[in-house]
Design a protein around this ligand. Structure first.
Ligand code: DQA
Length: 145
């Protein structure tokens, strides 16, 4: 079971709840984080969350995970999913298992969203299940050995 989980949220996810709610839903990022922290606490697991709109800050936080005891990552790279080799390389450098999460189903939207720089190195991908996707990914992380 993962004992120290890091949740990374990419650009614009700070706007959840207000941002294109027909696509991303009305749940805010604080709601998502609060729920994850509560579920992790109930399982006696440490869970840290981090959101940034800056690619370099996300890379720095992922690099930190190499030394801070993190043993599993949940990440929604948001638009960086489709563009960032640098963030992919950072997560690959950690050698940590991770689940890639998207609120929307990226395969039913614009063509450019169908490419992910993360999916081929992820343990798994959850896309299209809204905020529930985070909870399901956490459930998996808690089972992961
Ligand atoms: C997203 C999908 C991405 O294509 C988009 O750029 C996002 C959010 C999602 O959660 O559905 O910002 O990752």
């Amino acid at each position: 079971m993962a004992a120290n989980i890091l949740v990374i949220h990419g650009p614009n996810l700070n706007l959840l709840g207000r941002r294109e709610p027909t696509i991303y839903g009305r749940t805010t990022l604080e709601d998502i984080n609060r729920n994850l922290v509560a579920k992790a606490q109930a399982a006696s697991v440490v869970l840290n969350t981090f959101q940034s709109n800056a690619e370099h800050e996300l890379i720095a936080r992922v690099q930190e995970a190499m030394n801070d005891g993190t043993d599993f990552i949940l990440i929604n790279p948001a638009a960086l999913t489709h563009t960032s080799i640098a963030l992919r390389d950072a997560i690959a450098a950690t050698s940590l298992p991770f689940v890639e999460i998207h609120l929307s189903n990226i395969y039913t939207r614009e063509e450019f969203r169908r490419t992910s720089y993360f999916s081929d190195i992820a343990v798994g991908v959850i896309s299209g299940l809204g905020a529930a996707g985070y909870e399901l990914a956490l459930g998996f992380a808690l089972l992961h050995k």
